[in-house]
Design a protein around this ligand. Sequence first.
Ligand code: CP3
Length: 345
Amino acid sequence: MSTEYNFLKACRLEPVDQVPVWLMRQAGRYLPQYREVRSKGKGTFLDLCKDPARAAEVTIQPIDILNVDAAIMFSDILTAVEPMGMQLDFHPAPEFANPVRTRADVEALKVPEDMAQALPFLPDIIGRLRKAFEGRVPLIGFGGAPFTLACYMVEGKGSKDFASLKQIMYGDTELYHALMEKITELDSRYLQMQIEAGAQAIQIFDTWGGLVAPHDFERYVLPYAQKLIASLKGRGVPILYFVKNSGTMLELVKEAGSDVIGLDWHVNLGKARDLLGDDVAVQGNLDPTVLYAPQPYIENEVQRILDENAGRPGFIFNLGHGILPTVPPENAIFMVDAVHRLSRA
Ligand code: CP3
């Protein structure tokens, strides 16, 4: 039964016999096995995302290699917005050929009714993975939060400050809200489709949500995260919300209403839990660069975070952001084992 998985129990604040652990971006370039599959067949990263057999294969790799407690389907947050009419490419950083800048651009964005039809490879991947993992690990589906998707759609690529989006946000607030309404509707259909296809938890990545001041988070970011999460609730699938750089506004992040709050490494996990209260689970928060340290150092850092949690239920161990592409895989394997070993009841 899926309710037996430590990961899902922790999402629901139930006791576990050892702390569950997975790594954001656990399928990726740090694994030689990933690089091997990536170079097989048609070359691009997007081709890999859209090839269900190979995408399923790279999702399974970290389960076999690292012994983590959850799988995250292999895809990217930005493939969701291709059906809106966005022209996407990766080099390997993402780029849109047609960034959204004007009212006409926003009006031209499509919000397809049927996301399974718009992105047929996704229910296919999810179906394959549920079969492959039955009784072994739960499958996490995911998407970008509306604000983070808007950052890329308006800027057209990565950026330090996403000034193009800020210009619309501050300069034509009405247009900003029109854009966010459309993205949130699309996002909601996208994530509901994943739940219908069999995703057992949903993680929402708000990588850039911490770019704004707390009062702007409340005005421009939170209402859409709230609306998205509310639309996914009540289906028995826990929702995880990760806002990078949100340590100064965790009370606001909690208002989004997720079951689990992702923490980056700029906060002390124990203090964050004291602040958030005992009615919400947390996930995090090892500095991803600690995986470059010698193994005894990694072990001490794992122990430090477990001590900060102090045995409280509702804790999922993770990194504070994605695993870096040059991390030695043996250090990731060591870390996962240390979490299990040191937290065993
Ligand atoms: O976690 C997993 O294993 C699932 C796969 C996954 C990818 N992207 C694969 C990927 C997930 C969950 C994501 C989420 C994602 N994508 C986010 C949110 C999380 C975060 O890291 O902040 C964001 C902002 C994106 C957009 C994106 N995709 C960027 C900025 C990049 C380039 C980053 C880089 O390191 O070069 C990508 C490309 C990407 N997505 C890769 C992978 C494995 C590397 C591309 C390759 O293999 O060539």
